[in-house]
Design a protein around this ligand. Sequence first.
Ligand code: NAD
Length: 353
Amino acid sequence: MILITGGAGFIGANFILNWFDTTDEPVVNLDKLTYAGNLRNLASLQDDPRHIFVHGDLGDTALTTRLLTEYQPRGIINFAAESHVDRSIHSPEDFIQTNIVGTFRLLESARAYWHGLQGAAQSNFRFLHVSTDEVYGSLKLDDPAFTEQHRYEPNSPYSASKAASDHLVRAYHHTYGLPVLTTNCSNNYGPYQFPEKLIPLMIVNALAGKSLPIYGDGRQVRDWLYVKDHCCAIQSVIQAGQPGEIYNIGGWNEKPNIDIVHTVCALLDELQPRIDGISYSQQIRFVKDRPGHDQRYAIDARKIERELGWKPAETFETGIRKTVQWYLDNQAWVSNVQNGNYRDWVHKQYEKV
Ligand code: NAD
């Protein structure tokens, strides 16, 4: 049994689906179901006894203590977070509560539970914290990619809150001996991603005939990883990672945002052309840049490749084609997540220059 937090979100849901492709080990999925959490992502597991869903907050100590006592998991994987940089700029409070206070409280419950375990159950227990490359700050175009030794220089309230949670996780290992693992991954893309993030937003807006908003000049570089590859990496870290260690996960796919959007447009032109025959790229509009927008993130993933034998299975070209096709095939999922709350947010976020 594994306890997962945030398993109804983008990566967590993909992780659970991928987990059951390879094992029947049950999962308890604790999720608060914020705007980003969606049980439709796990509809295929509705009557599956291997998946136990619990609606709740990772910061609810009484609840996490009860779940740990009742289910006796061999590990915890902490995906739950407020995850959108732009939202963190407009309203950072939730990021502090969930990402910092919530992780701290989960660590406290985990520490008490782990302390009470005996023998192999205690030595085999793992707490895996899922984090981001954004904690390392911004690179110049010719800087080497982030290794696990890179110093933390978070620049947004989101990355600062994730950095704080990473530090707490580290401290629980050094101070209390809790067997923790931390993963810092680059930008993910793939099925079930909420259409506020770059790739699904572009697909959804393009198909709706809306503008494709690009921050600033669109030259910001990100490293992209297909979500299933991230899930496989996390699975190999929980199985074979060394307690106390950090593993950077990335796809060796550095691309400027504007190139990503042109790739999405070209795929849509091929797979579902506009009725007037004009390219979707005509819908691109440059908008006022995000405050403090980081120039470049890049991950050096050699440690996890060398020590755990993990490698991404998808190239960017194969992964992005699968992703665009998934959104074309799952338009009912898209309309379900586009409620009034979502629309208000997207309007507020993209201010035209
Ligand atoms: P997401 O926003 O899609 O999902 C987050 C999930 O956490 C949602 O299901 C939400 O309901 C749940 N949640 C939020 N607050 C909670 C709380 N207080 N208690 C319990 N559940 C709560 O995020 P995601 O993109 O799936 O990211 C998952 C994790 O991976 C996050 O920790 C994020 O920082 C990290 N990460 C994301 C990316 C990426 O590109 N998306 C890259 C690297 C790391």
